[in-house]
Write a protein that binds this ligand. Sequence first.
Ligand SMILES: [Zn+2]
Length: 367
Amino acid sequence: MSITEFSVIKNDSNARACVLETERGTVHTPAFMPVGTMGTVKAMSPDELKEMGAEIILCNTYHLYLRPGHEIIKALDGIHGFMNWDRPVLTDSGGFQIFSMSALRRIGQEGVHFRSHLDGSMHFIGPDEAMDIQSSLGSDIAMVLDDCTPYPATYDCAMDSLFRTIEWAVRCKELQKEDQALFGIVQGSLYEDLRRKSIEELVDIGFDGYAVGGLSVGEPKEEMHKMIYFTAPLLPYERPRYLMGIGDLGDVLKAVEAGFDMFDCVMPTRNARNGTLFTSRGRVSIKREEFKRDPGPLDPECGCYTCRNYSLAYLRHLFLSKEILSMRLNTLHNLHFYLKFFKDMRASIISNRFPDFKRKWEEIFRA
Ligand SMILES: [Zn+2]
């Protein structure tokens, strides 16, 4: 069963330009998924997201389950109707947030008990609950519940967590609904044989796509890069490959070179609200004194609404005054920059210029 259609259009060594077709629209990869944690990409309307070229967004199951609750969202036409976004949505399984946000979690073979970070109430999510919640949300792509291995992890801990993830993946697959794609999640910490084992087991079960999780959780960058290059070629060629939670552009360039297709990260949106902007000249902190009287645009090479209409001096003033418009204009620019970056990266793969593209941007954003 496959609700999504996926085809590789072009290779530039391991980097690939692909098309992922879903009932709600086409996703051109390499693709960046803006993060809509609470059922909104912070500070942006769905129309604005579409205008800047977002083809798919990610929503967080953990947050939506706790508030407003998946039953409410289900009753209000699912996540698409609720937030007025008619393009594809990918939901994570909640696993990562349970591990990173909630207190007092207790993991067993059957699932995880945890305390809400909102009001301290106790909850339980196992594979059945994760699939039921994501089905209620009505996302186009669901993720299996995984036990996100922390760093550092001993070999035995990483292996336990890996086999728990596989057991949960088997159950999630049994519960997959016909109208929802399901991606498996590779764990195994920094151990190559465990990562390989994880991939073999997941491929045996058979998923619509494969994600690599448990990276960027505190390990040294070179270890993370090693694992990116190790895992990508082991994942099935004919299915989408998703590197979870990694969006630093230096890391993205390496991951695309390795053969990953899909990415999500709060970096462009969160940094925008904190006044760090991504431009064709690298990272810019908008609060810098030198912008006080600067009439020029943030990025002369950017065609976004912010860069077309506002000066650096004004953007700096809005940020220092903590105006709401500052968050809007900064987010608009950063997301526009990211989506354009991915679009240009895809074009470079199609025209066999990806190595040049990578070299150029690695100099600008030294990873
Ligand atoms: Zn701009």
